[in-house]
Design a protein around this ligand. Structure first.
Ligand SMILES: C[C@@H](N)C(=O)N[C@H](C)C(=O)O
Ligand SMILES: [Zn+2]
Length: 232
């Protein structure tokens, strides 16, 4: 068997650049919209290009004195993981995670509506999905496969427990309520989204309008390369 490709020069583990950023890597677990560990994720680590990791460190430095930490859910995503999402999307009968992640969107619409990309910025290594956590971070519990699912846009107390601040929906909530500036999101939920957005923009990132959690580094180092080495 051919040896697995290794991370190319220019990639780093986020923990080597900023160990204080919390990590809850969802696609290496079954707690994600597919319901299975996604192809290409072997270890729960956040890999990024060095400039993206250093920019994230700048954002974290701005947040810590205010009593918040960043928490990443996904970082570099191999192309084979994206291909796994595409294959999953073609199987319209597999809706085992619909009740939590896309209760109001037809599975056949997830790519066209902008919630998942067949060529993703994550595979270029300078994009991440993340949220804010109020410090000190509360402990979390793992997802138990088969447990009862709760829609990701219900009040926070009913959703799957997450130690992040209330953003109005959970992570990977494929719904118009997750659009960053959706006018139905008000009060502290909107404040949290705007704190994340302004901090990330100041550190050099751009948000995806459909997802409050998705950010890409401006001037990324590999704008045309979709990498496929596994996360390990
Ligand atoms: C799947 C979700 N976490 C995400 O990252 N969506 C964008 C559109 C992507 O797939 O690049
Ligand atoms: Zn993303």
């Amino acid at each position: 068997r051919a040896p697995e490709p290794r991370p190319p020069a220019g990639f780093v583990a986020l923990s080597d650049v900023d160990p204080s950023v919390l990590q809850e890597m969802r696609y290496v677990t079954a707690h994600n919209f597919t319901g299975h560990r996604v192809d290409g994720y072997r270890r729960p680590v956040c890999l990024l290009t060095r400039p993206a990791a250093e920019a994230l460190h700048r954002a974290q430095r701005a947040l810590l004195p205010r009593g918040y930490s960043l928490k990443v859910y996904d970082c570099y995503r191999p192309q084979r993981a994206v291909d796994d999402f595409v294959a999953w999307a073609k199987d319209l009968a597999d809706e085992r995670m619909k009740a939590e992640f896309y209760p109001r969107v037809d599975k056949s619409r997830l790519f066209d509506d902008g919630y998942i990309a067949a060529k993703s910025g994550h595979s270029r290594g300078s994009t991440m999905d993340l949220t804010l956590v109020r410090l000190p971070a509360r402990p979390t519990r793992p997802y138990r496969p088969g447990e009862r699912l709760v829609p990701c846009f219900t009040p926070r107390e009913w959703r799957f427990p997450d130690n992040s601040v209330d953003m109005g929906t959970g992570f990977d909530c494929f719904d118009t309520l997750a659009h960053t500036l959706d006018p139905r999101i008000r009060g502290v939920q909107r404040d949290h989204r705007l704190l994340l957005k302004s901090t990330m923009e100041r550190a050099g990132f751009t948000n995806l309008a459909e997802e409050w959690w998705h950010y890409t580094l401006r001037g990324e180092p590999f704008p045309d390369t979709y990498f496929d080495f596994p996360v390990r």
